[in-house]
Design a protein around this ligand. Structure first.
Ligand SMILES: [Zn+2]
Ligand SMILES: [Zn+2]
Length: 172
């Protein structure tokens, strides 16, 4: 896959923002084809047949929500406007904004990493852990046995590495 086409995967086909990023590691962002009928009705754009070297394959979560809402209201014959300015895309050339944008795969990775720590924080808090946020890791601490002062200490790093210790304030 050429660089331009690879870069297009970060962009939203509709609003053109570089945020067509999956929430979870193994899930792709919304494919534009999943709203092709609505997009063609509202914007008169045929996303099914357009050139994959010029137009991004995905739409962002924000446009996904807007399209979803519009689709539901349209089906009920309710009036609803779609507040999306459709961006224009051009074939790759020497001053290509897609290829020279700051969106590198690293940005995507760091966003995924933050999501991982956020997810772990949520789960740990639900599980009764006290969560301490460090710069690149979080520490989840929980006392599991009050009388013997036994606790669990779990550290999760942004890159997914983790370590777990069971401690007792009685051993020393
Ligand atoms: Zn969008
Ligand atoms: Zn390009």
């Amino acid at each position: 896959m050429d660089l331009h086409r690879e870069k297009l995967r970060n962009y939203c086909r509709l609003c053109g923002e570089a945020r067509a990023i999956p929430y979870e590691k193994y899930r792709n962002p919304t494919a534009k084809q999943s709203f092709s009928t609505s997009i063609s009705k509202y914007f008169s754009v045929d996303v099914e047949s357009e050139d994959c070297h010029i137009f991004p394959p995905f739409i962002c979560q924000i446009c996904h929500k807007k399209m979803h809402r519009w689709k539901k209201r349209f089906a009920k014959k309710l009036k609803c406007s779609l507040n999306i300015n459709v961006a224009s895309f051009h074939p790759h050339d020497s001053g290509c904004r897609i290829c020279f944008s700051n969106t590198s795969p690293d940005d995507v990775t760091s966003e995924r990493r933050n999501t991982l720590l956020e997810t772990v924080t949520k789960i740990a808090k639900n599980g009764g852990f006290v969560v301490e946020k460090g710069e690149k890791s979080i520490r989840c601490i929980k006392l599991v046995n009050q009388s013997q002062a036994i606790g669990i200490w779990l550290e999760v790093e942004a890159n997914g590495c983790w370590s777990c210790k069971v401690y007792s304030s009685m051993d020393k």
